[in-house]
Design a protein around this ligand. Sequence first.
Ligand SMILES: C[S@@+](CC[C@H](N)C(=O)[O-])C[C@H]1O[C@@H](n2cnc3c(N)ncnc32)[C@H](O)[C@@H]1O
Length: 293
Amino acid sequence: MTKPTAASLKAVVLSHPPSKDEVIDFEIKLLIEAIQFQYGYDFSHYAQASLTRRIESCLKKSELSNISELIPKIIYKVEYFDLFLREMSVTVTEMFRDPLVFKALRDKVFTQLKTYSRVNIWHAGCATGEEAYSLAIMLKEEGLLPRCQIYATDFNNHSLAIAEQGIYKAEKIPLFTQNYLLSGGKASFADYYQAKHSHAIMHDDLKQHITFAHHNLIKDQCFAQMHLIVCRNVLIYFDRDLQNSVLGLFHHSLLHRGYLLLGDKETLEFSNQNDSFTAISQEQRIYQKVTYD
Ligand SMILES: C[S@@+](CC[C@H](N)C(=O)[O-])C[C@H]1O[C@@H](n2cnc3c(N)ncnc32)[C@H](O)[C@@H]1O
């Protein structure tokens, strides 16, 4: 066998130059591995298109020109990982978002929850807390709040800190009020917060029934004995394998006949859990567990 010369090696390299996209895919894989190695967060099952967009935005904000420059920064400087985590965590949310979903929850699910002496609710991917407070308000109006505990979780600690404070900009109140009324609100939205300067501070009696906690859907355990799980607009960021694994976690966490509420672009159809649930409202993405563990 003849030994390869520098010239023949160069010819081989040049005859198979990777495309720009292949280089980026390779860099993304390295970045994901570095993050998992250093911080234990596994982003390998996030939907590729949104992952790529988020990384691009991270590069822009860090004023770096390519992913290879970002990798050592993420490994050695936690603030770069923090920035990455915030980018990966899309925190868009609002009170009573999709009001008709909340109306259906009130009419179809809360009426059933009234038969239990204690009600456990897991709100996964709560972002800055607006949905959790919306649930608490509705539960209060249905006379259920005193026997309810809402466990509102997210993997973004920055969002959780805002959620725990329950202080929102006054400029958002008109939208929240409109959503509240469309969702079948029975009182005045102003009954649930104290206005101070340019902010609205949610009342303590709502907060007392919400426990905000860090939880990573990819690697953390299930919450046992839940009557209702609300997880909206989170699964859309995951690939099919991760969606199936998280839905399995939810199935495991729910009591028999427990309810699951997903976001409007998320469905149990085509998932591994399709046969374990029945649709209470396919349109509003409300499902009920029909199997035992
Ligand atoms: C678009 S927000 C949804 C907020 C709210 N559920 C809603 O629909 O208005 C998505 C949330 O999912 C959270 N998230 C994404 N991946 C997660 C994970 N692996 N574990 C826990 N939360 C996650 C993000 O931090 C973000 O707060």
